[in-house]
Design a protein around this ligand. Structure first.
Ligand SMILES: Cc1cc2nc3c(=O)[nH]c(=O)nc-3n(C[C@H](O)[C@H](O)[C@H](O)COP(=O)(O)OP(=O)(O)OC[C@H]3O[C@@H](n4cnc5c(N)ncnc54)[C@H](O)[C@@H]3O)c2cc1C
Length: 381
């Protein structure tokens, strides 16, 4: 059946956390919306670890932090609104994070990290809480599988979310609000320099505007529209373990100076990750080297995980931009296409808010957030 309600229909391409959020926000605001997702193997959202604690990150560019602060401030409101729309199951919970130091060099840097977190908190970064130093023994009480650490900062406000559950909640809430959700390969159709419709492989869906949220596959979409954006897949391999007869649901997240981390979910899940394989292309194989690095690091930090059962390994392709910042804004050359992608390792923290902003932009609403650093046509050094 061809969709004839073209008038103000928005088509969202890509149903990861970003596109699902855009679709829900559009539906919530009363706009006719169609979400088309291809379910590519390796889509990032279901593989994502789910750490929501941007104030503990050490590496991003400065522009990341004010945006991340807004995004994370929005989280509790979004979770409550999803529950109000009959979609309460997201796995979102404030469980805290322990930022760990191993060895004298890392211990010497811990004071600086704590100061940075305190400064960020003073500048308005939410979900850090009152950061304090705790002993190795205290840390192990909180995370019983942990080994000896040289030092630890307790970050009580850090949260986690289950990416797959959150995506499903957003989609189901969008459907409850009337969104048309389809599986298929979406292709924008350009007529006289405007995207007038999107094909989902079977049908032509006439539309007033399009949100491109294709994750690591976004560049192929913009290329169809004559522009290339600097987003490429970065493979992440992440291990899910279960701890027999152990309630891990309130164990804190473990982070530190390196890229790897450990977090838990109810009732007995422990998640250890992840590789960051830049240049992986769309190869979603599980590799010996990838698993070795994940398990070696997890057991170095938490030797008590040695007897845990390996439940599954997930592989996800992070949509990584060349400068590490997302792309959020109009696609140059089109007045009815908005891009929301490139969230790299931070898409579960930032993505729901980016989806909200994309929904506003495509419907011509004012956006108070400064999106200049995320412009699609910014120059990337
Ligand atoms: C191992 C791992 C750990 C991570 N940990 C964290 C974390 O702790 N915290 C955090 O904030 N982030 C984390 N991330 C990052 C986060 O998961 C991603 O940034 C985020 O999920 C990206 O969401 P997305 O919607 O842009 O992309 P995706 O989830 O990849 O969704 C894009 C969707 O678009 C679809 N698509 C593409 N092209 C088309 C087309 N033409 N037609 C139809 N559909 C199309 C794809 O099939 C896919 O389903 C992690 C990622 C990985 C892999």
């Amino acid at each position: 059946m061809m969709n004839e309600r073209a008038g103000d229909r928005i088509v969202v391409i890509g149903g990861g956390v970003v596109g699902a959020s855009a679709a829900w926000h559009l539906a919530k605001a009363g706009h006719p919306v169609t979400l088309v997702d291809r379910h590519d193997p390796g889509h990032a959202t279901a593989a994502g670890a789910g750490i929501i604690a941007p104030g503990t990150s050490q590496r991003p560019l400065p522009a990341f932090y004010p945006f991340a602060a807004e995004a994370v401030r929005y989280y509790p409101e979004m979770i409550a609104a999803l529950a109000g729309d009959g979609a309460p199951d997201t796995g979102y919970e404030v469980v805290g994070e322990l930022f760990l130091a191993f060895g004298d060099d890392e211990l010497a840097r811990l004071d600086g990290v704590q100061r940075t977190m305190e400064e960020r908190r003073a500048q308005g970064m939410p979900n850090l809480g009152d950061v304090t130093r705790i002993s190795s023994e205290e840390a192990r009480k909180r995370f019983p599988a942990l080994g000896d650490v040289s030092g630890a900062i307790d970050v009580p406000g850090a949260a986690r979310v289950d990416g797959g559950h959150l995506r499903d909640a957003l989609v189901s809430a969008a459907k409850a609000r009337g969104a048309d959700v389809r599986t298929g390969e979406a292709t924008p159709i350009v007529v006289n320099g405007r995207v007038e419709a999107v094909s989902d492989g079977d049908e032509r869906i006439a539309c007033a505007g399009v949100v491109l949220a294709g994750g690591a596959w976004s560049d192929a979409l913009t290329e169809r529209l004559g522009t290339s954006i600097a987003v490429a897949p970065q493979r992440g391999q992440i291990a899910h373990l279960t701890m027999r007869d152990t309630d891990t649901s309130r164990w804190p997240i473990l982070g530190g100076f390196g890229d790897q981390y450990i977090l838990t979910f109810a009732p007995d899940r422990v998640v250890a990750g992840a590789t960051r394989e830049t240049g992986s292309g769309y190869d979603v194989r599980m590799t010996a080297g990838g698993l070795a690095s994940v398990f070696n690091e997890a057991l170095r930090v938490a030797p008590g995980l040695a007897t845990a059962t390996v439940h599954e390994v997930r592989i996800g392709l992070r949509p990584l931009s060349a400068d590490g910042l997302p792309f959020i804004g109009p696609l140059p050359g089109y007045d009815n296409v908005v891009v929301a992608t490139g969230h790299g390792p931070s898409g579960l923290q930032l993505g729901p808010f980016s989806g909200l902003l994309a929904a506003k932009l495509i419907t011509g609403q004012e956006v108070a957030t400064d999106l200049t650093p995320f412009a699609v046509d910014r120059t990337i050094a």
